[in-house]
Unconditional design. Structure first.
Length: 253
C-alpha cells in the first residue's frame, strides 16, 4: 500500500513539473495572438516564444491587472491586453536602461491610448511604483538575470534583489501568479553567467525566487532547446532566438 501511495505521489509531482496552460484561457489567448493589429515583428516572434504557453500559465481573466516587468517593446503586454480586455490593465514597465532601447517604439506604438488596457510605467528597481495589492499576476521574460547584471556606464548598478522582490510581492494579491522565463545557464553555475553571457542557472533561480517570498508551483519545458550547450552569449548569431529557456511559475502566498 505504501509503495502504491508513494508511486502515485511521484506521478503527481512529475505531472505538476510540466503543467500545461489552463485550457479555459486558450480561446482568449488565441484571439489575442490572431489580432491583425499586431506588428509584423511581434508576429514573427510567436513561433520562437510560444506565447500561448506562457500566457496560459498566468491564467489571466478579463478585467484583471497584470504587470509586464522589464517588458521592453511590449510584445507580451499587447498580448496580455487582448486577454484582460478593455476593462483590465496591463502595466508595461521599463526602467531607465531598458527604456533607452525601446522608448521611441513604445511611445509610437502605445501613445494616445492606442491599446486601451496598456499603461506605461517607467520606474527603477529600487522604487517600482507598483501599488500594493494591485496585481493579479506579473511576468518577467528574459529579464530576471538582469537583476544580477552590473554595468554602471549603461545605468545598471548593483540591484538590491530582496528589495526588488519585496516590492513585487507586495504588489501582487494573495495567490497572484509570477511567471519567469529566462535563458538557461550551465547547471550549477548559479548567477555567475548573468554578467558575461546573460544567462542564469534554473535551479539557482528557483531557489532565489522562493527565498524572496514566492511559492514555486510548476515549470514548463516548451522553450527547451537541447542543442544549446548554454555556454554562448545569448546574442551570439548562432543561438539568438533559439536559446534553451526555462519557464517557472510561482504564486504569492
Amino acid at each position: 500500500m505504501k509503495t502504491k501511495i508513494w508511486t502515485a505521489a511521484l506521478m503527481l509531482v512529475a505531472a505538476m513539473a510540466c503543467i500545461p496552460p489552463a485550457a479555459a484561457d486558450q480561446a482568449a489567448i488565441a484571439r489575442a495572438i490572431a489580432n491583425d493589429s499586431r506588428t509584423e515583428p511581434h508576429r514573427e516572434r510567436d513561433a520562437r516564444s510560444k506565447p500561448e504557453v506562457v500566457l496560459g500559465l498566468l491564467d489571466l481573466q478579463p478585467g484583471q491587472t497584470v504587470a509586464d516587468v522589464f517588458g521592453g517593446g511590449g510584445y507580451y503586454a499587447e498580448l496580455m491586453a487582448g486577454v484582460v480586455g478593455p476593462d483590465g490593465t496591463v502595466i508595461l514597465h521599463n526602467n531607465t536602461p531598458y527604456s533607452r532601447f525601446v522608448e521611441k517604439q513604445v511611445a509610437e506604438r502605445y501613445a494616445g491610448d492606442a491599446v486601451p488596457a496598456i499603461r506605461l510605467l517607467k520606474s527603477e528597481v529600487d522604487d517600482l511604483k507598483l501599488e500594493p495589492g494591485s496585481l493579479d499576476a506579473a511576468l518577467m521574460v528574459m529579464s530576471y538575470h538582469d537583476l544580477y547584471f552590473n554595468a554602471p556606464d549603461r545605468g545598471w548598478f548593483d540591484t538590491d534583489v530582496p528589495l526588488f522582490f519585496s516590492q513585487l510581492h507586495a504588489a501582487l494579491k494573495p495567490g497572484g501568479r509570477l511567471v519567469v522565463v529566462d535563458h538557461a545557464a550551465v547547471d550549477g553555475s548559479g548567477k555567475s553567467a548573468a554578467q558575461e553571457i546573460h544567462r542564469i542557472d534554473e535551479a539557482w533561480a528557483k531557489q532565489d525566487i522562493e527565498g524572496n517570498g514566492f511559492r514555486f508551483v510548476a515549470s514548463n519545458e516548451a522553450l527547451r532547446n537541447p542543442d544549446d550547450d548554454r555556454t554562448k552569449m545569448v546574442f551570439d548569431k548562432t543561438i539568438r532566438g533559439k536559446t534553451d529557456r526555462f519557464i517557472l511559475l510561482f504564486e504569492r502566498d
